[in-house]
Design a protein. Structure first.
Length: 266
């Protein structure tokens, strides 16, 4: 699809704004969701129908004109709802466009552009919906890990990375502990497959993986950290977004290294 914007067509796009928003919906996003829906061809009444459906609100029967009445009602509903409901609404509008491919693609493209330009740490990704967006390295590593696992027939390990992304993307409260557990499980799955030791835990697998030093020690420490803080959750303890992103990224990088090295040596 050819971009509608001069800056994109002529390569004047700047760097993505550093991520500063995760568990919030700034006013630019609340307005942007409605504006993008309008740009792809939805009427205010169609947008209102989806918004009210997500929020379980009754449309105001006194608002009958598309502009300014119904449009104003849509903006008020988006402005006053809980932050995570804004993302639910965006997903619902996107899914409503399922059989209108060009409109759905445009909605997805424009919403992701808004996320990047406003430093919002989420991404609309087909077919899943809105998922956690880390910095560029995080996205590259998680996508690479899934690709490598699937290409080598390691579907269980690929599934663990998928589950890690689901957990870290949960709204309104992300399951960062679950994300770390699943990411380390992906390393464990790969290690079991590569060594043939199907019943070993990652701690017992590490010496058999023939990791170059000091990477073997680093992996052992990462496993210890995840085991202590992830598997044995302490009351009131919670990983930060940065910690979860770091552990998932390293787990993906290690997994890719192990699988690719194994495949190259065969």
């Amino acid at each position: 699809m050819v971009s509608r914007y001069f800056s994109d067509r002529h390569g004047f796009g700047g760097m993505d704004v550093p991520i500063s928003v995760r568990e919030d919906a700034p006013s630019s996003l609340r307005y942007g969701v409605a504006e993008i829906a309008k740009r792809v061809g939805l009427s205010p009444s169609a947008i209102r129908s989806t918004v009210c459906g997500v929020l379980f609100e009754t449309p105001d029967p006194n608002n009958w004109s598309e502009y300014p009445n119904i449009w104003g009602e849509v903006l008020r509903l988006l402005d006053n709802c809980e932050w995570y409901k804004v993302y639910d609404i965006a997903e619902a509008i996107w899914r409503d466009l399922e059989y209108r491919y060009d409109q759905q693609e445009m909605f997805e493209t424009e919403l992701n552009r808004l996320f990047r330009e406003k430093g919002i740490g989420w991404e609309l990704k087909s077919p899943t919906g809105i998922v956690f967006r880390g910095e560029a390295n995080f996205t590259a590593l998680t996508e690479k890990a899934v690709q490598v696992f699937e290409a080598s027939g390691r579907q269980t390990a690929a599934g663990e990375i998928g589950e890690a992304l689901k957990d870290i993307s949960r709204r309104p409260v992300p399951d960062r502990t679950g994300a770390i557990q699943h990411a380390m499980a992906a390393v464990e799955c790969a290690g079991r497959d590569l060594t043939g030791e199907t019943n070993f835990t990652l701690g017992r697998l590490i010496p058999r993986l023939d990791m170059p030093r000091p990477l073997d020690a680093a992996l052992e420490k990462l496993w210890g950290y995840a085991s202590e803080n992830g598997r044995h959750v302490k009351e009131g303890a919670q990983f930060s977004a940065a910690e979860a992103e770091l552990v998932v990224s390293i787990a993906c990088a290690v997994s890719v290294f192990l699988v690719q090295r194994h495949d190259e040596l065969r």
